[in-house]
Design a binder for this molecule. Structure first.
Ligand SMILES: Nc1ncnc2c1ncn2[C@@H]1O[C@H](COP(=O)(O)OP(=O)(O)OP(=O)(O)O)[C@@H](O)[C@H]1O
Ligand SMILES: [Mg+2]
Length: 140
């Protein structure tokens, strides 16, 4: 992962309800605007965040989002978002990231789609110990 410095306050949001997913979207949109991401990139990041927040809620039984404006080692601004939950975790991460794979009745496109919409994507999960996903989008 690229070395980064925080350049704004860390904003946190619990994810326990559908309304909380909307709040995450709003926090991410505001951070993306303040970072001067293009409108297209704002929308990509908000869409990715929405899917990851929904996964934390639906599959992880609720969790937390952390939204931060950061600066890369090269001085480029970006938005980094971390999602954590204490749910069952993901036994096979590669499988979970396969387009169309779902353990439930979803489309199985949330995780794989989110990965394509951001510049950096790190997923770590251990069965029984929850899931953490950190994504970053850089301004161009
Ligand atoms: N936070 C999480 N905790 C546990 N399992 C997860 C988590 N996020 C994703 N998964 C697993 O990975 C699978 C794929 O996730 P993905 O978001 O792509 O699909 P989905 O949530 O099933 O459907 P949708 O297309 O509606 O998002 C899920 O079905 C689930 O089994
Ligand atoms: Mg999903």
């Amino acid at each position: 992962m690229i070395d980064v410095e925080p350049s704004g306050p860390l904003q946190t949001q619990d994810i326990a309800t559908d309304d909380d997913v909307v709040r995450v979207r709003q926090l991410v949109r505001a951070a993306a605007v303040s970072t001067k991401l293009t409108l297209v990139d704002q929308t990509k990041l908000v869409t990715a965040a929405s899917e990851l927040a929904r996964n934390a809620l639906v599959h992880g039984g609720g969790g937390m989002a952390r939204v931060e404006v950061v600066t890369s080692g090269a001085g480029k601004p970006g938005v980094r978002i971390g999602f954590t939950d204490d749910g069952p975790g993901i036994a096979d991460v590669d499988l979970a990231l396969t387009d169309g794979w779902t353990s439930g009745d979803g489309l199985g496109l949330g995780l794989s789609g989110a990965r394509r919409l951001v510049d950096e994507f790190e997923l770590s999960s251990k069965p029984g110990r929850g899931t953490s996903v950190v994504v970053t989008k850089w301004s161009r």
